[in-house]
Write a protein that binds this ligand. Sequence first.
Ligand SMILES: [Zn+2]
Length: 387
Amino acid sequence: MKATAPPSPDLAGMALACAACGRPHALEDLAWRCAACGGVLDLAGFTPVIPPVSALAGRPPTLWRYAGALPAAEPADITLGEGMTPLVAAPDLPGVLLKMDYMMPTGSFKDRGAVLLAALARRLAVPRMIADSSGNAGTAIAAYAARARIPCAVYVPGATSAGKVAQLRAYGATVHQVPGSREDTAAAARQAAGQPGTFYASHVYHPFFLHGTKTYVLEIWEQLGGRLPAVLVLPAGNGTLVLGAYLACRELLAQGLIGQVPRIAAVQAAGCAPLASAFGCGLAAPDEIDAGETIAEGIAIARPARGAQILAAVRDTGGTIVAVGDDQVRAAHAELAHAGLYVEPTAAACWAALRAGLIDTGPVPGDRPAAVAPLCGSGLKSKPPTT
Ligand SMILES: [Zn+2]
């Protein structure tokens, strides 16, 4: 390490720990769930250190400016300059800002987590990676695997947009299109993950991914001069952005860098809304449901593996989980496009919820923004919302 570089954590001392029973798993064991009880794994043995805003000036405009808060050092030959996406004013909603995460290298916020997984894969010298995705996470993993020169296979539902499949193949990934539901795709990937030497680079299961998505909130905090809005409006399917955002908020609070945690308002598609349903019923974990149809394909997750964690996180912030219908998403998508913002239908869901008045954004103390929502995926690789 160069003497002038910001401190970078080493993997030494880190492990994966079961969220349910606490059993530790070594990183190099490539476990994706608890070997004892099947629970999801969180990162243990890592103490993030977020630099104060004043220390960040002059650092490169990427998410690696938060070195010390991330569990891997910047992989100089893997990074694509991801992070530090702009915050722009929302059309016709004063106090609401939109974060332009569709400007990431592969066109979605998933790059934040994918680069962390690729950095870990390089450090562990894994022979191959696999991923499963409704589209954006797979393309992100495939891009960073290509960058790291690690063979990669991606499992996607048969109905995945042709543009996303073409993008995967262009990166050199082996694409497995699985007939049936998103859950069928995940099951096929989990079966493949059992092969020795396979690193299941799962955006859902691997906690390194969540430590990547937390940079979404660290950037907002820095871009607002060391503050956060009253409400973080976030899409929720598998909840990787919700959980990453929550992680960042807790870390900022623990280090005294914010005075209070913003409310998290998570947004689902009404056609597939197990989290919104469980939240409304006061359940600790979502019931298993059958996935319905929705144009917001990126958040159509019937059985979110971290569902209990998502519900607990949202409740801890005093937030809410709401659902929007496809007609609302279509209208929101069109409105954003007419304001110069061409995103995929899923990325319009948060805007739809704000426009429908489903999220209480006021009153806001001081001069903080009322809310920030992500524009999380590019419209260039998705199906038009009318089909
Ligand atoms: Zn366990």
